[in-house]
Structure formats: structure tokens, C-alpha cells
Design a protein around this ligand. Structure first.
Ligand code: PEP
Ligand code: MG
Length: 315
């Protein structure tokens, strides 16, 4: 019954004192977009386009891509849609583009780095997005994965803008990008923290190795420091900083992220009601105090415990 009441709540995300926090959905297909009911999410914060490319022997045509992106834009009916360009490589190998023989694929040619060997892949994708924009009249936000430097951010932004795409960002999922978030944000309109990879690269821990889950924990204070640095840069430049990694779906972590200055949270649609409820139960000041407590902790475990102890007893 309580769950039903939670799911029926379609208000935009906000703290108790009205500080807005956009609650967005992570999707992988146009069909997923069609299942994001109005009110369930304020839009899509991560459209993982690689799903369209995986298990194929050749690149999908620009026309096919444009149709898929257009379907997603139409389904969201003008709500925000952040489309991520191809994130192939490492845990997402691509038969026709990635190298099968890399010794350290997570540190290799993955994500936006494919532009070095296959610039056509990203160019075709941007062309398809521009076509979808023209056909639907909806402007997508577009972002590149696995960007490590401001130069890469500038390269992506100039390619996207050359196609007529106006809201351009990059993911922050490499520690170098978090440490230089201000310089990266100077090149783009927004960033989105991919905490799955940010934890992997900060903690030097393969995200697929279950037995190292304690190290991969996004509550690791070192990971939180990098999130905090990125959010500070966003606040300083007045540009949005979202989180689209799995950590955004943890209601406790959501409070920490809001307290650090993150402006949107994107997650599996099923996680949104509980996050909406948790955020609305706290003021922006309470979230800031919760975030400070988490940052001050000595371990992931004690960060979690400290935050639990700080929760408003009425919740
Ligand atoms: C991330 O790394 O946190 C992320 C959202 O991207 P993916 O999980 O697709 O690598
Ligand atoms: Mg990632």
C-alpha cells in the first residue's frame, strides 16, 4: 500500500524546502523510453545508445539510428533526454569497432577514445541525433562517455555543435576529469558523473569483480571527494552536474549527492519513488550536513553508518 502511494507520487524532485533536484531515468532502448510514464520521471538522464550497436556485425545506419533516437525523443514528449554517444570497449565490446586483443581493455580504447581510430562512428551518431532533432522538433542533450581531459571535451563539443546540437556535455567517470572538472565544464554545458566507472578507476578495482565489491563501493570517501570536487566546479560555473551511475538509486546516497551540490539524479525508473521520498523529507541544509558527515568518514562503512545516524528521526 505504502509502495503504491509512493509510485503514485509524480511531483518533480525537490528537497523539503523546495530546492529542485531533477529525477531522471536511465534507459537503453526506445522501447524503454516509451515505458517512462509522464510523471514517473522528469526525463531521461542517460540513454545508453550502445544497446543499439551491441551484438551486430556492422554499424547501424544513420537512418536507423535517427529513427531510434527520434522515437525516444517523441516518447518523452519534450522532457529532457540526455543521449550518450557510444560507450563501446571494456565491459561493452563491439564486434566491428573495439580491439579484441587489448591487455587492459578498461584502460584502453573505450568510450569517446574510439574517435581516434573510428571518428565516423561518433560523427554518424551525431548526424543521426541531429536528424532526430530536426524530425521531432525536440532538442536532445548529448554527452560523451570516458572523457579524461578538457581537450577531449572540447573536441566532442565542437563535433556536436557542428551538427547543430546545442546542449553538449561529457561524463565524469575518470578521476582526471573530476580533478579538472572546472576546465572541462568551461568547454561544455553540463557534466554527468558516472559513479560506476568513477569508483572503478578511483579504487583501481574492476567493476565486474564481485569479490572486490567492498573496494568498489561508491561510499568510499575517495570517490565522494571526486564527486564533491565536480559538484563544486558546477556550482562555481553555474552549470548542471548530474549523477547517472547506480549510486543515484540509493536513497541515502541521493541525500549525500544533493548535499554535495549535484543538480539531477538519473537511475533505473523503479528506484525513483524511494529517492523522491527521501529527498523530499530533507532540507537542502540537512543534505549538506549529511554530505559533510559522509565526506568526513574514514571508510565506506562508517560513511553509511554516519549518514544513517544523521537522518531526520521523523523519516
Ligand atoms: C557509469 O559508469 O557510472 C555509467 C553510468 O556508465 P556505464 O555504467 O554505462 O558505464
Ligand atoms: Mg561508465
Amino acid at each position: 500500500r505504502a509502495e503504491h502511494a509512493l509510485a503514485a507520487d509524480t511531483a518533480p524532485g525537490a528537497t523539503r524546502d523546495g530546492h529542485p533536484v531533477a529525477l531522471l531515468a536511465n534507459i537503453g532502448t526506445a522501447a524503454d523510453a516509451e515505458r517512462v510514464a509522464p510523471g514517473a520521471a522528469q526525463g531521461v538522464g542517460l540513454f545508453r545508445t550502445e544497446v543499439l550497436f551491441l551484438e551486430r556485425s556492422t554499424e547501424p545506419t544513420v537512418a536507423e539510428q535517427a529513427q531510434t533516437y527520434g522515437r525516444a525523443l517523441t516518447a518523452l514528449g519534450g522532457r529532457k533526454v540526455v543521449v550518450r554517444t557510444l560507450d563501446a570497449g571494456a565491459d561493452k565490446p563491439l564486434a566491428f569497432a573495439t580491439q579484441p586483443d587489448e591487455e587492459n581493455p578498461a584502460l584502453g580504447v573505450r568510450g569517446f577514445r574510439l574517435v581516434r581510430s573510428n571518428p565516423d562512428l561518433v560523427e554518424h551518431q551525431l548526424e543521426a541525433l541531429a536528424r532526430a532533432q530536426a524530425e521531432t522538433g525536440v532538442e536532445p542533450w548529448v554527452m560523451a562517455p570516458m572523457v579524461a581531459t578538457p581537450d577531449e571535451a572540447r573536441d566532442f563539443a565542437s563535433r556536436a555543435r557542428a551538427h547543430g546540437l546545442t546542449t553538449v556535455g561529457v561524463m565524469v567517470e575518470v578521476p582526471a576529469a573530476a580533478l579538472r572538472a572546472r576546465e572541462i565544464l568551461a568547454e561544455v554545458d553540463f557534466v554527468s558523473l558516472g559513479t560506476n566507472d568513477l569508483a572503478q578507476y578511483t579504487m583501481a578495482t574492476d567493476r565486474l569483480r564481485g569479490e572486490l565489491a567492498d573496494l568498489l563501493d561508491p561510499w568510499q570517501p575517495a570517490v565522494l571527494e571526486l564527486v564533491a570536487a565536480t559538484a563544486r566546479a558546477g556550482t562555481a560555473l553555474g552549470k548542471p552536474v548530474g549523477v547517472c551511475g547506480e549510486s543515484a538509486s540509493d536513497p541515502l546516497m541521493a541525500l549525500v549527492l544533493v548535499g554535495l551540490g549535484v543538480t539531477s539524479l538519473s537511475m533505473a525508473p523503479s528506484a525513483i519513488p524511494a529517492v523522491r521520498y527521501a529527498v523530499r523529507a530533507h532540507t537542502a541544509d540537512q543534505c549538506a550536513a549529511i554530505a559533510a558527515a559522509a565526506l568526513g568518514a574514514g571508510s565506506a562503512q562508517s560513511a553509511r553508518a554516519t549518514v544513517l545516524a544523521q537522518l531526520d528521526p521523523g523519516v
